[in-house]
Ligand binder design. Structure first.
Ligand code: PLP
Length: 416
């Protein structure tokens, strides 16, 4: 589906996302892509079918300029190809993209492609609950050793990278959810490169800040992972994921497992998500401006103990990491109230505009209580280490007028 201008990197991302990757001639001239709801594709000849299967099985190579043939929609389909082409310019440094039917399936498929029994994965905590469960419960049973390192602790991460035997993958989620603690991606890359030519891959879950404000591939990371359910989709109405890399070879194994597992996103969802990509940066910038206003003002509120938000960082190292790897503070913040769970619940009950729901990154603001919901699987020790207390409320700031959101939080604080 590429229209031949793949190499044209003179255009900026917001232009490229609207001009590349889709040829109207292949969609009866329609200005926007059609939805190709077909499970299978017709071959022009038996020889072409034989060649397509030879290529898929690795018995033959693609000729220069030859695209991967459309065969069967568990492997590949036009709406996935169009979407992947449109995602590339948004992720700085990316040369290849794969779309998945959830963020978790992107993470699981990527980890399984690059880990074998007897190998280890180092990961930052707190990390997304599903990622943690997959590494700690599932991979463990399959003989993969998981080593957790507190996010933001560069020395501990250096040590884990240097000392973990058979280390194959380092998975970094930054900023951490819900504390927004940041891990230094570039430093992790340097640590990994000290191990020599045979080194672990660095994967970054970029869901919180990417693709607009954080660019792990430019910092040396190998693979970037997404829950597209969040900012990329932006309307809390679909589940999807991405894996991207500057090196298509890193994605080849992931692609082949995606075909095997059937973790590709379906055509209708690809089409919906594709239409959201041109507005990701605009939505993220607007939500971030809102979040900045709300964070600064709530930080001074008498009923608020502290607000966790990148512009309010006080730790020198966190400030340095923020300034070196994030273009903007983002639209997630957490509010720690005076008091305990009761204060947090009363506050949540009093909020009228933001909805009490998990998930994030939508145009509508969402609030939740991490300790009893998204992070309820943590042990007391993990809560303490991550800094997730009883009185912590997480806010995903959307696109409502910030003055209305702030006034609503303030009236809810009066009741808390
Ligand atoms: C939501 C989320 C995931 C999981 O994505 P799904 O689309 O729900 O499968 C992974 N990582 C982060 C940081 C998330 O916020």
């Amino acid at each position: 589906m590429a229209d031949g201008d793949k190499g044209n990197r003179a255009l900026r991302p917001s232009t490229e996302v609207l001009t590349r990757g889709f040829d109207p001639a292949l969609s009866v001239g329609s200005a926007r892509p059609a939805v190709f709801r077909s499970s299978t594709y017709v071959f022009p000849s038996p020889e072409a079918a034989e060649h397509a299967f030879d290529v898929m099985a690795g018995r033959a190579r693609l000729a220069p300029e030859e695209g991967v043939a459309l065969v069967y929609s568990r492997f590949n389909h036009p709406n996935a190809e169009i979407l992947e082409e449109h995602m590339l310019p948004l992720e700085a440094g990316a040369q290849a993209a794969l779309v998945f039917n959830s963020g978790m399936s992107a993470i699981v498929t990527a980890l399984l492609a690059h880990l074998q029994p007897g190998q280890s994965v180092v990961y930052t905590v707190p990390i997304y609950g599903g990622s943690q469960k997959f590494i700690q419960s599932f991979l463990q049973q399959w003989g993969v050793n998981g080593v957790a390192v507190p996010g933001g602790n560069s020395r501990a991460l250096d040590a884990a990278i240097a000392n973990t035997p058979n280390l194959a993958v380092v998975l970094i989620e930054t900023p951490a959810n819900p504390t927004l603690t940041m891990t230094d991606i570039r430093r992790a890359v340097e640590s990994v490169h000290k191990l020599g030519a045979i080194r672990p891959l660095i994967m970054v879950d970029n869901t919180m800040m990417g693709p607009t404000f954080q660019h792990p591939l430019l910092l040396g990371a190998d693979i970037v992972l997404y829950s597209a359910t969040k900012y990329l989709s932006g309307f809390s109405d679909l589940i999807g994921g991405f894996a991207l890399s500057k090196d298509p070879h890193h994605l080849a194994k992931i692609r082949s497992l995606r075909s095997l597992f059937g973790t590709i996103l379906q055509p209708d969802e690809c089409w919906i998500l594709d239409g959201r990509l041109p507005t990701v940066a605009t939505r993220m910038r607007a939500a971030t401006e809102n979040a900045q206003q709300i964070a600064q003002k709530l930080a001074r509120h008498a009923k608020v103990k502290r607000v966790l938000y990148p512009t309010l960082f006080e730790d020198g190292d966190q400030v340095r990491i923020r300034d070196s790897q994030c273009d903007a503070p983002g639209a997630m913040l957490s509010i720690e109230l005076h008091g305990g769970k009761q204060a947090a619940f009363t506050f949540l009950r009093g909020i009228r505009i933001a909805r009490n729901a998990v998930s994030l990154g939508g145009v509508e603001s969402l609030v939740c209580h991490p300790k009893t919901t998204t992070h309820s699987g943590f042990t007391e020790q993990e809560f303490a280490q991550a800094g997730i207390g009883d009185a912590l409320v997480r806010v995903s700031v959307g696109l409502e007028d910030w003055r209305d959101l702030l006034a609503d939080f303030e009236q809810a604080l009066q009741t808390a």
